[in-house]
Design a protein around this ligand. Structure first.
Ligand SMILES: Nc1ncnc2c1ncn2[C@@H]1O[C@H](COP(=O)(O)OP(=O)(O)OP(=O)(O)O)[C@@H](O)[C@H]1O
Ligand SMILES: [Mg+2]
Length: 496
């Protein structure tokens, strides 16, 4: 998951959480408000009932309460209405069919003691009831005497269906919270949009710098040590970019140091080496007098070793130059036969001496390739020397050429094949790395090996041409190296 997505998710989560919390608080307070509202409405209604009851008592006709009770049962969920004595005895009652109110003497006693007792709740006849007990001010004459506020007391008991009251409260709460919830939802959506926009802006800044860093790291990994990350950030990413730039600057300085060291050393080696091979040639040619057969053989060894050393020095120099981007590759149309001859010419005598057939007859005389002449010569010379080194007496090294489909931007492929020691399959992908050597076949080498740079150079040369190099091999049976060269160099016009 990208940083941008994580940030967006985090902001969404925070907004959703705050929205849910606000909604819950809103719903809770709406519910409390509606509970209080229902209760205060009922209290007012009960006061009215109490006034009616006092009026009915004064008129000595408690059944005057009946119409109010019937209406309240239908419209307000009333379960019962009764006028009771302090001892709980009922003087008058009306109840919803099937509902029998409990005596509730305790409630009556408490109400009278307190002057007013609000409500109590209980289960009765399978319904849950809320009961208000209201002391009445009127006096009632009975056979036993007068009952009234100043004596033993008379109360009005009004019981309501708690479930219905709760439903009313919920409906009222929903009605009260509806518009507020809608506003809250709109606010949450606005916050969400703002959050998204903020996250997008924030993460765009992060990811832009991280991408620059990634590109820089990739460039350095590919050897472009001048890569720098430009950023004006003052945070940790800015610091990281600064460290990256300092690191690649140090690497560049070290690389420069290494290059100049290698160039100086190899240059210093080249001069005495040229003198060694030059004087060996002069000795061999008899310029300094006749040489015996033994002396000639020794001089030949000196000359051969000198040439090999020169080849290795050239490889080191070339690799250093290529890696420093200082070996320009200027592809042009080349006569392949001529390049092959120049590259393998110096090997032919050695091949004869080792009893290996060197066959370049499959290279067509009139075929042309698009390549840098010196670079292609070095590449072919390295492949041919390798093939010769590992091919036993009586073996064969052959060069061939395969033209890509005409008229298309296909690939021309040069192949160098041998019937030598071969390379284990699991090592094929690593032989193009610097300093690689296959120990298993080291004993099969018929010529001394170099430092292990030849194939690394070949790979870089092929890639600088926009092509590639790969190998196929079977241990003990031989190897084939393929070099593909694009038919058109990048940016050039099509070859005729
Ligand atoms: N044709 C081949 N047959 C068998 N093994 C090969 C062949 N070509 C290359 N190799 C193996 O790959 C290794 C790397 O080859 P590479 O040309 O890079 O180095 P090198 O020849 O040892 O030294 P250098 O080329 O620097 O003189 C060799 O040491 C050898 O083990
Ligand atoms: Mg080599």
């Amino acid at each position: 998951m990208t940083i941008r997505m994580r940030l967006a998710l985090l902001i969404c989560g925070l907004v959703a959480f705050s929205f849910a919390l606000s909604a819950a608080i809103l719903a809770w307070s709406a519910r409390r408000a509606s509970d209080a509202q229902v209760e205060s409405r009922l209290t007012a209604f009960n006061e009215e009932l109490a006034a009616s009851a006092e009026h009915a008592i004064a008129a000595r006709n408690l059944s005057l309460l009946a119409p109010s009770a019937r209406t309240a049962m239908m419209e307000r969920g009333m379960l019962f209405l009764s006028v009771s004595r302090a001892d709980g005895g009922t003087l008058w009652r009306a109840a919803r069919a099937g509902f029998s109110e409990p005596l509730n003497e305790e409630g009556v006693r408490l109400a009278l003691a307190a002057g007013r007792r609000p409500k109590s709740s209980y289960e009765s006849s399978g319904a849950s009831a809320w009961e208000w007990v209201i002391p009445l001010q009127a006096r009632i004459e009975t056979r036993k005497g007068t009952l009234g506020a100043d004596t033993t007391g008379v109360v009005l008991r009004a019981g309501y269906d708690a479930a219905q009251l709760r439903r009313e409260a919920s409906a009222a709460a929903a009605q009260a919270a509806g518009p507020a919830l809608k506003n809250l939802l709109l606010a949450a959506l606005a916050c969400l949009a703002l959050g998204f926009a903020g996250a997008a802006r924030l993460s765009a800044g992060f990811t832009r710098t991280i991408r620059k860093l990634l590109t820089g790291v990739q460039a350095v990994g590919e050897g472009h040590l001048s890569a720098r990350v430009q950023t004006s950030r003052a945070d940790e990413l800015g610091e990281l970019s600064g460290e990256f730039n300092a690191m690649s600057q140090r690497l560049k300085e070290l690389e420069h140091l290494k290059e100049s060291f290698l160039l100086t050393i190899t240059h210093d080696l080249n001069n005495p080496l040229s003198a060694v091979t030059g004087y060996a040639e002069l000795l061999r040619s008899g310029t300094y007098g006749p040489v015996t057969e033994k002396q000639a053989a020794a001089v030949d060894r000196i000359s051969e070793g000198g040439h090999r050393l020169a080849e290795s020095i050239d490889n080191i120099l070339d690799l250093t130059r290529i890696e420093a981007g200082k070996m320009p590759v200027a592809p042009q149309e080349l006569h392949l036969g001529t390049v092959v001859q120049t590259a393998i010419g110096p090997l032919e005598a050695k091949a004869r001496e080792l009893g290996v057939v060197f066959d370049a007859s499959a290279i067509p005389d009139d075929d042309a390739v698009w390549a840098d002449e010196r670079a292609l010569q070095r590449l072919l010379s390295n492949l041919a020397w390798n093939a010769l080194r590992y091919t036993p007496k009586g073996g064969r090294v052959s060069l061939s050429f395969r033209r890509g489909p005409a008229g298309t931007p296909g690939e021309d492929v040069v192949v160098v094949e041998d019937t030598g020691a071969g390379i284990p399959k699991d090592r094929l992908s690593r032989i193009f790395e610097k300093f690689s050597r296959i120990e298993e076949t080291a004993g099969a080498a018929r010529l001394p090996s170099g430092p292990g740079l030849g194939l690394a150079i070949c790979k870089r040369i092929a890639e600088r041409h926009g092509g590639r190099i790969w190998a196929e091999s079977e241990l003990g049976r031989g190897s084939a190296f393929f070099v593909s060269l694009p038919r058109n160099s990048p940016g050039s016009s099509a070859r005729p």
